[in-house]
Design a protein around this ligand. Structure first.
Ligand code: C5P
Ligand code: C5P
Ligand code: ZN
Length: 463
């Protein structure tokens, strides 16, 4: 049993920082999601300020091929952020001079410079994101307090605030540093997307967590609801957004939503999810996608998951001009893809095995967003079973799995099960107890499912 220790983590962060400062040039290797982009942004800025030159490379997953590509660049030192902990043996065996700042479940051992919450007894699934881990490193590299905003966007991007509707653990301590420093404002508010940017009725229409009968997906219902509450939709020619409303109007809307939710029999747990903590980035312009950490992270996901990591990274590094304009265009495409993905799952249904449920998207959902769709599909399936999604990719089949807190309480550890089952069929995988992924060879899906079904049965029996 490892004892939770902040001192242990900070000591490792200090050692990693010293190691990096000794290099002239560092190759940063990071993950293509919001957390990975924020991690790379933090690392870039902090190293640059410490006088170290950087290069950045993004990968969908750190497998043997990706590591070979890293090696072929012949780097002096490599900093892996938001990935690496699952591939320590492979990194070491290639003789790479490496530092890892990651929050995934460690596999193997051997990297001398390994900063990871699990090593000190913390949970990388919700207490410390990849970008928060990298922020701890940045703090040891110099005066980098302003980078705290990226740490928070990364944590929210990885849904580390999802279960409690607020950041917890070390993520929280880091976020509170940002509040003290005047970079972040913490408010209690509706946890819906688009509070900064969308007309109110659209924000309500696109709400999904929880799904509210008569409101979610129902434009007419939303318009009627606002009319009944006497909330004007427009101010002159301009659509009013949530941030434009008076406090009293917001209160009427929240009470109205709660009333509908109760009347339509939603359980109290789901109703509670309507409101929670929201993180406002004070240095960003009001009414933009960047002002609210939830919207910022979605904007980032809309770039790198579609091969435009350069755009996402530029935004993390402060570009509010060309890169931002491009990202906003990508965002509407991303939203459309997620909506279409969810419709596909609803239409084709989710297959059930004894202990898991799954769907195969073939080539109809991009492998880089199938995990998000899997997470969004959990409420429409059988919540007593983890969900597994497949999508085709060039070099095999992408697997994404998502669980619930209730299943974790019963012993579920998707990272372990997915890693094990993937290896058995000649693939690689890992992640967190609540969310994990893998790549397996084409045609191995059935075998993989059978193995996984048995492994999960064992986990749930033991738990
Ligand atoms: O690779 P990484 O750690 O950055 O990704 C974490 C993944 O876990 C994200 O895709 C996030 O959506 C997922 N997650 C989840 N539910 C949670 C926490 C995380 O689906 N409660
Ligand atoms: O890709 P997806 O969103 O399903 O990934 C869920 C979690 O599993 C993420 O934290 C991701 O980094 C991790 N993962 C992994 N190895 C893979 C694929 C995903 O560790 N091959
Ligand atoms: Zn992450």
């Amino acid at each position: 049993m490892v004892i939770e220790s902040m001192d242990v983590l900070l000591k490792i962060a200090r050692e990693c920082a010293l190691k990096l400062k000794k290099s002239d040039k560092v190759l940063i290797v990071s993950h293509i999601d919001a957390d990975g982009l924020c991690s790379a942004g933090i690392a870039c800025r902090a190293l640059e300020r410490a006088g170290v030159e950087t290069d950045v490379m993004f990968v969908k997953q750190l497998d043997e091929n990706a590591l070979d590509e890293v090696l072929s660049r012949n780097p002096e030192t490599v900093l892996f952020t938001d990935l690496g902990s699952g591939m320590q043996d492979e990194i070491t065996s290639r003789g790479l001079d490496a530092v890892i700042a990651d929050h995934h479940m460690p596999q193997g051992s051997g990297c001398r410079y390994h900063l990871n919450p699990h090593v000190a007894g913390f949970d990388g699934g919700e207490e410390l994101s990849g970008s928060s881990t990298t922020y701890l490193l940045a703090r040891e590299l110099g005066l980098n307090f302003d980078l705290v905003t990226l740490a928070v966007v990364g944590s929210v991007g990885d849904l580390q605030d999802s279960r409690n509707r607020r950041l917890i653990g070390l993520n929280r301590e880091i976020m509170l540093e940002g509040v003290k420093g005047g970079f972040i404002e913490l408010i209690r508010d509706l946890r819906m997307f688009g509070k900064q940017t969308r007309p109110i009725f659209r924000m309500l229409q696109y709400s999904s967590d929880p799904s509210i009968p008569g409101i979610t997906g129902n434009e007419e219902g939303c318009l009627r609801f606002l009319k009944e509450l006497d909330v004007p939709l427009k101010d002159g020619e301009k659509w009013r957004r949530w941030i434009d409303l008076e406090f009293e109007e917001k209160k009427r809307i929240v009470s109205g939503l709660v009333k509908i939710a109760i009347e339509s029999g939603l359980n109290p747990h789901a109703i509670n999810r309507l409101v929670g903590e929201v993180y406002i980035l004070l240095n960003e312009e009001e009414g933009t996608e960047l002002r609210d950490a939830m919207e910022f992270s979605t904007l980032l996901n809309a770039t790198a998951r579609y091969g435009h990591e350069d755009i996402g990274l530029k935004i993390c590094l402060g570009d509010r001009d060309t890169a931002l304009k491009k990202a906003i265009r990508l965002l509407s495409e991303h939203r459309r893809n997620l909506a279409e993905g969810l419709t596909l799952v609803k239409e084709n249904g989710i297959e059930r095995l004894d202990n898991i449920q799954y769907f195969h998207a073939g080539n109809r959902i991009r492998e880089t967003i199938v995990g998000i769709v899997a997470g969004m599909s959990l409420p429409i399936g059988d919540s007593s079973k983890p969900i597994v999604a497949f999508a085709e990719k060039d070099d095999g089949v992408k697997v994404s799995a998502r669980g619930t807190q209730e299943l974790i309480r019963r012993g579920l550890n998707l990272a372990k099960a997915i890693n094990h089952a993937a290896r058995e069929v000649g693939g690689v995988g890992g992640g967190h107890n609540i969310a994990a992924g893998a790549t397996i060879p084409k045609g191995k899906e059935e075998e993989f499912l059978m193995i996984l079904d048995r492994l999960i049965e064992k986990q749930l029996k033991k738990g």
